[in-house]
Design a protein around this ligand. Structure first.
Ligand code: ATR
Length: 313
């Protein structure tokens, strides 16, 4: 009986295989000796970054799925995003989450863009492979997963109002339209910005763009889902909406998280809305999508969402 030797097409392939075997045996020797191994490096980049929950979320996903990763929070100076990313890559970093205000800088940095990132015009997760930097955007899918799976709301056949037309709103338009609402109405203070979004996404579904005065018109009717994607709540402000926009059994969703009852959620509650949610579920769900993309394993999100939830009272 003859034992077939593997035939390698190229010398480099043979070298790669033997390097891999060597690396695996080195790892097992070091594990037997109980040595601490270098973990795969990930991080979140933003400014400010001190309140980020991303390290806590990713480390709890890693623990649950048995992955050995290191996850840091990095504050990049404004205007200094690419230097920070260059350094992180030189040090062997494998992936980054990107938060405000760097999602556009991240978009510009990438050599490859996934469709969701390209259409959103913003990147919230990056993956590094040799010379290739791939950009993704999981914000929208994080939000729709939270609404449909965790909060149990179908968007198909429903009327949806999206308040805001800035970076946060832009990332959720396409994932919303993919859910098949009867109508997606984008409402913005600067109407031209809403109209621009409307034009860009009109081939993907029934989208309308209006200002707040048009929203006040009773003919427009009520909505099954109203999402506040403006930055108003950051300053304790309220977009000028009437309580009449909330339909029976409406879900009012605030993208900002961890601030309890924001002016928007308070207005909704006072209007009798029973289902209120903030963006904690979206945050954890987008993190889970990035984790799957990087590690190939899907973590459970329910316990992490529970851990991070601030009561809306
Ligand atoms: P982000 O990345 O958080 O979306 P952004 O791109 O600066 O930040 O966009 C902020 C959004 O919130 C915009 O849609 C803005 O409306 P304008 O385009 O008219 O500026 C909206 N916004 C901020 N404060 C608001 C307020 N008090 N009332 C209504 N909309 C507000």
């Amino acid at each position: 009986m003859s034992i077939e030797k593997p035939e390698y097409r190229k010398k480099e392939e043979a070298a790669e295989v033997s390097e891999g075997v060597l690396y695996a045996s080195l790892l097992s020797t070091r594990r037997r000796r109980g040595e601490r191994l270098m973990s795969d490096k990930y991080a979140v980049v933003g400014n400010p970054i001190d309140h980020t929950k991303s390290p806590l979320i990713h480390l709890s996903f890693a623990k649950e799925t048995g992955q050995n990763i290191d996850y840091a929070a990095i504050e990049a100076p404004i205007g200094g995003f690419s230097e920070v990313v260059d350094k992180f890559r030189r040090e062997g970093g494998l992936g980054l989450n990107i938060t405000a205000p760097f999602k556009l800088d991240a978009f510009a940095y990438c050599t490859d863009l996934k469709e969701r990132a390209r259409l959103a015009g913003a990147v919230n997760a990056m993956k590094f492979e040799v010379d290739r930097v791939t950009g993704e955007n999981f914000d929208g899918v994080g939000l729709t997963n939270d609404i449909t799976r965790n909060l149990g709301r179908l968007m198909k056949g429903r009327r949806v109002a999206l308040l805001g037309a800035g970076g946060a709103a832009r990332g959720v338009v396409l994932p919303f339209l993919e859910q098949g609402p009867t109508e997606l109405v984008i409402v913005n203070r600067t109407v031209t910005k809403a109209e621009e979004l409307g034009r860009q996404f009109k081939q993907y579904g029934p989208i309308t763009a209006i200002g707040y005065s048009a929203l006040a018109d009773k003919k427009l009717g009520r909505f099954d889902l109203v999402v506040n994607a403006t930055s108003a709540s950051l300053r304790g402000e309220l977009p000028p909406i009437s309580p009449e926009v909330f339909g029976d059994d409406c879900l009012a969703y605030e993208l900002l998280y961890g601030k309890g009852l924001t002016p928007f959620l308070r207005l909704a509650r006072n209007a009798g809305v029973k289902r209120l949610a903030d963006g904690v579920g979206m945050l954890v769900e987008q993190a889970a999508e990035a984790f799957v993309w990087w590690r190939g394993l899907r973590p459970d999100t329910g316990t992490t969402i529970k851990k991070l939830t601030v009561p809306l009272e």
